[in-house]
Design a binder for this molecule. Sequence first.
Ligand SMILES: Cc1cc2nc3c(=O)[nH]c(=O)nc-3n(C[C@H](O)[C@H](O)[C@H](O)COP(=O)(O)O)c2cc1C
Length: 339
Amino acid sequence: MGNSITDLLNIKYPIVQGGMGNVSDPKLSAAISNAGALGTIGVGTLPAEEVDRRIKIMVEHTDKPCCVNIPISVHPEVEKVMEKVLHNQVPVVSLSAGNPAKYIPMFHNEGIKVICVTASVKQAKKAEESGADIIVGEGYEAAGINALNESTTMTLIPQLSREVSVPVIAAGGIGDGRGLAAALSLGAAGIQMGTRFIAVKESNFHNIYKQAIIDATDDSTVIIGRKYNKIRRIMKGEYTDKLLILENENVSFNEFNEKSSELYHEIGALDGDMENGFINSGQIAGLIDDCPYVIELMERMVEEAKDILKNSTEKLQELSQGDWGIIDEGKRRRNINSS
Ligand SMILES: Cc1cc2nc3c(=O)[nH]c(=O)nc-3n(C[C@H](O)[C@H](O)[C@H](O)COP(=O)(O)O)c2cc1C
């Protein structure tokens, strides 16, 4: 499965792991790269030295391209962290949650490819003008911090694909080959996933987190933080209820921000303590019902997507023989009558 994304990133499959903030696991990212996709560790709000340590573990465990995600407005010392990416010669960087313009030239000067995560046409166009090599369009089905405009992947991707000329990657709500095929049909050249990569054998997330993803149904996630203009999609649960109560009680932004910080995300995701912490999850969790090795997941998704795309010609034939054909015939007659 080769295209503009696989060529640009020098990977086998047009599949990217999304950054996972403080709970990023460098060995998982290496496993994803080894399986032919692009593994990515996130820096979240981690100290630069810890970022350096995790980058070193990731690159030690793979000789394939890998990536570091930097949420620009979230990290308190963003330039220090960027220095670690440059120093370790990570081949790809992904910039999210902020204006990437002033940082892109610095990475390009070192031959590092830049992916910019966006959630609107306006952001995507700005990122393209600033030199982004690849644009990720993330719909609000996605796990974690989302954009306030709440555009869905289904609506965002065709608009981004029409408006920018660099390759587009679809993120948010993708977990199997159907999602991959759909993203390609909407005009994306690849996909980015987060939630699906939680429930894989190689990940270091707590078993309670993995099981929660497997057990989830279509309405297991909820958006928190609307009142504070800082929305985040997380799994429903005991601590999530506490956050929703705080939000209802109109506690201050600072209090809500502290109680929904990465610290409580770590307690949920790594300690599996759902009473005192929360876990990020996208809506696609409802579709996920197993915990495969990454390589199995990649191969399964790609095969399924290929089958779907191959069979689309048959589907088209079926449609033109069925109702669609009749409608077309009706239209033709109406056109003849009205002319
Ligand atoms: C545990 C977790 C942590 C995340 N942290 C970040 C992050 O630090 N930066 C970021 O840009 N996206 C983050 N995301 C979003 C993912 O990178 C990805 O874009 C998103 O999960 C894709 O949607 P999906 O969850 O439907 O697959 C996170 C997602 C998860 C599951």
